[in-house]
Design a protein around this ligand. Sequence first.
Ligand code: PMM
Length: 273
Amino acid sequence: MGVVNVTPDSFSDGGRYDDTDRAVQHGLRLLAEGADLLDIGGESTRPGATRPLVAEELQRVVPVIRELAAAGARLSVDTMRAEVAAAALEAGATVVNDVSGGLADPGILDVVAASGATYVAMHWRGHSDRMQDLASYDEPGGVVWAVVSELRERLVAIQQAGVRAEQVVLDPGLGFAKAARHSWELLAGLEEVARLGCPLLVGASRKSFLGQLLASDDGTPRPVGERESAHLAVVTMLAERGVWGVRVHDVRATVDALTAWQAMRPPPLEDRA
Ligand code: PMM
């Protein structure tokens, strides 16, 4: 899943693709590099970000989705709003990527139920202006236990709204109301999240837990643009664990890493002499 942020303020690429033409060109490039799916977002979720108006969000994502759909792309809309999800599906998206898992605007679940779209439900505890205050996981079992039980609750609510289990993809929400160590613990404990029975999507690309791992001796985090090698190690491990998707900014590097991973996988038993 290649990321197209049509936002002025995303932490990873804010302002680079914030008009329709540039966003579409960027999407086409990611497709040419081998993305299977493009995730179009009009709201930055960086810690501390303020929310755009609904009209603003619609204006950012709908024209981009319409143009990329006309070019044959498979598209996801990164939104927490029912109204934006409905307009995006109408414009040609087939996946709704809701970082709030239906908590920010429960009406989004009705839109997904009525459309039959794939629904990505991410682990989330609150909007960006306060999510860092919500990064506490003191119960026994820590962050993995908390994320699994909170996602299980979401799964119940999602199905109660009429969304079929087969439509749902779960995401542990790396970096969302999580300190760096929480994101690493979640990656290590991903098997527990997989036991909920849904395919998994993981977004690690360029996130601050990578920057903190690679910090210099004085504690300065590695800059956003210099985290890719570490990210590729994570992506390869995720492929080995059989996730449904990885949400990435650098599609070319990701496809290269996955091509190498595939080349060194043992052939299926029936092909062995
Ligand atoms: N991360 C971001 C935005 N949307 N969606 C899902 N499903 N999972 C994520 O981890 C995720 C997301 C933040 O990253 P960005 O600002 O670079 O898009």
